[in-house]
Design a protein around this ligand. Structure first.
Ligand SMILES: Nc1ncnc2c1ncn2[C@@H]1O[C@H](COP(=O)(O)OP(=O)(O)OP(=O)(O)O)[C@@H](O)[C@H]1O
Ligand SMILES: [Mg+2]
Length: 556
């Protein structure tokens, strides 16, 4: 059992956690949700012992091991991917070493000697402990987890320091999962995972024997992995013993009830007020008026229900219309060392299209986007940009590129021109940075706040073609919806890398699948693309006779 009681935490004048009392039973699977900046990461850090609360206590079972994956990791270097993962077994390896030395001792100490029984005893204890761990082939186990998270055999001996931020996160996650802590705390583990790795992680977590507490904003992922939701809001935690979809519905219902109760009470107060005003000078009614006044004083005033909170407002500034062919790659070639990522790819992005780039791990989605954006030079072939094209590029690690020493205001000011600079504060306001918040250093911002800031930076200058690499990472549900709406309303051209089904099902008008050095185009959204793939696969695997039997129905 994990018991959190009376936890409070503030930063400056901002009260992040007000009074959190919360219990999590052993083996529970809990999704921690709530809007960006609500304090989810702060709570996890407090439980993990990385941040001291101002007040309150955290109680864990004696000897319980807690493992924590932060939202932003500090990468390691000077160690290979394999070694890094195997470090999870440090305790076990130490046990192994002890067993080996005791074996050696048993072989050298004479059986009839006085010390022999004691050595034997110690040897047995070590063997028992070893058996109890039930983990014999640590190398294989490490390889399986690394492979599940998308590492290829050729990556195993690479230095962690060479990896991109997203891959360092995967390396850290692999080590943590291998350690098998009793309490596994994961802060948005899916942000840098593609669909394959995400699916693997889903299965791993479903089978995980310990207690799981995880922050995520992804409905599909949460519905599979957790059956319990804890919502962080206004400095408190509320438990919802149900899955995420049911929680969303339940929250709507509670909100509707709270709104009704609030409105009913307001009406009641209005009626009493009117009565008091009407009869306050009539002596005959004095007693009645007095009792109404008392009634008002005694009434427990309901707070205005949630939903009155400010929400993100985004309007994407649009530049004048571009030419019909927006960006084009012809015979594009790109290689990294030995790996040929593109070997003569042709891609044409036309005005008004909304294109999603999909493909397995390491297929080169980000690479293609960078080549389209012109931030990564081609090794061969040509890149052409159409007339009047104003590109806006949002990099995957954009939020990590923020200068930790600068304030939010300084960051956006740095990206603005003389014309747009006067609007920066109101732009930041639309992204929910107001008052004091614009003066925060980017280093202390929450994940979602950083992403918002990076988006705000992108949007200070108008564009007619946006190239977005995982723009919804770290954004909460509302922010995601608002961004989706803004992107749907955007008349410019859009090229997108995303792993979020929420976006993928709604946004694209076509899908470009990359892999094997090529880029293949499919019309329609992600669902259509999956269907097309499924029928192609069914045709390919169907027995000969069945193949002629007309169109194959997709399984979804
Ligand atoms: N060291 C700090 N100094 C000042 N403010 C901080 C500090 N750490 C966190 N905050 C603020 O506390 C609030 C809560 O942050 P936290 O990271 O816990 O949010 P979160 O719920 O995890 O949000 P997200 O969904 O965006 O990750 C944020 O507004 C953040 O800016
Ligand atoms: Mg967070």
């Amino acid at each position: 059992m994990l018991n959190v009681s009376g936890i409070a935490k503030r930063y400056g004048r901002q009260v992040v956690l007000d009074d959190v009392t919360w219990a999590v039973s052993d083996g529970a699977r809990v999704g921690l949700t709530g809007p960006n900046g609500a304090g989810k990461s702060t709570l996890l850090r407090i439980i993990a012992g990385e941040v001291e609360p101002d007040r309150g206590t955290v109680a864990l079972p004696r000897g319980a091991r807690v493992g924590y994956l932060p939202q932003h990791i500090l990468g390691t270097s000077g160690v290979t991917v394999r070694r890094h993962a195997l470090a999870a077994f440090a305790d076990l390896h130490e046990l192994e070493a002890r067993r080996a030395s005791l074996e050696h001792a048993l072989a050298t100490v004479a059986p009839e000697s006085e010390e022999y029984p004691a050595v034997m005893e110690r040897y047995r204890a070590v063997c028992d402990e070893w058996d109890h761990s039930g983990r014999y082939d640590t190398e294989a186990e490490a390889e399986a987890v690394l492979a599940g998270l998308g590492f290829r055999a050729s990556d195993m001996e690479r230095d962690c320091g060479e990896l991109s931020g997203g891959w360092q996160m995967r390396a850290a996650l692999a080590q943590l999962l291998l350690r098998r802590p009793d309490f596994l705390l994961l802060d948005e583990p899916t942000n840098y995972l593609d669909l394959e790795a995400r699916t693997w992680l889903e299965e791993f977590l479903v089978a995980y024997p310990g207690t799981l507490i995880m922050v995520a904003h992804d409905r599909y992922f949460l519905d599979v992995t957790v059956d319990h939701i804890a919502e962080v809001l206004h400095g408190r935690v509320t438990d919802y013993p149900m899955n995420y979809s049911r929680y969303l519905a339940e929250r709507e219902e509670r909100l509707a009830q709270a709104r009704k109760a609030y409105e009913d009470q307001k009406a009641e107060i209005g009626r009493i007020d009117a009565f008091i005003h009407r009869f306050r000078y009539q002596a005959s009614k004095a007693a009645l008026v007095q009792s109404r006044v008392k009634q008002l004083e005694k009434m427990d005033r309901l707070p205005p229900p949630d939903g009155h909170e400010r929400t993100l407002r985004i309007r994407l500034p649009e530049a004048a219309r571009s030419g019909r062919a927006v960006v084009q790659l012809e015979g594009a070639r790109k290689r990294f060392g030995e790996v040929r990522v593109y070997d003569g790819a042709d891609v044409l992005i036309e005005r008004g299209q909304r294109v999603a780039l999909v493909g397995p791990n390491g297929a080169g989605k980000t690479t293609l986007l960078k080549m389209l954006a012109g931030v990564l030079p081609l090794d061969g072939g040509e890149r052409r940009v159409g007339q009047n094209v104003a590109l806006g590029y949002f990099a995957q690690d954009h939020a990590e590129m923020l200068d930790p020493e600068r304030t939010a205001l300084e960051e956006v000011m740095g990206a603005a021109s003389i014309e747009t600079a006067p609007h920066v504060r109101s732009l930041l306001g639309a992204f929910l940075f107001s008052g004091d918040a614009v003066e925060k250093r980017t280093a202390v911002l929450s994940g979602g706040e950083r992403s918002r800031l990076a988006l705000a930076k992108l949007l200070v200058e108008p564009s007619n073609c946006l190239l977005l690499d995982e723009p919804t990472n770290h954004l909460d549900l509302t922010a995601k919806e608002v961004l989706l709406e803004a992107l749907l309303a955007y008349k410019g051209t859009l090229v997108l890398v995303a792993h979020d089904r929420y976006l993928l099902d709604r946004l694209p008008t076509q899908v470009i699948e990359v892999g094997g050095g090529k880029a293949v185009r499919y019309l329609g959204n992600y669902e259509d693309y999956l269907r097309a793939k499924a029928s192609a696969a069914a045709v390919a695997t169907a027995p000969r006779g069945a193949r002629a039997a007309g169109p194959v129905r997709a399984s979804r």
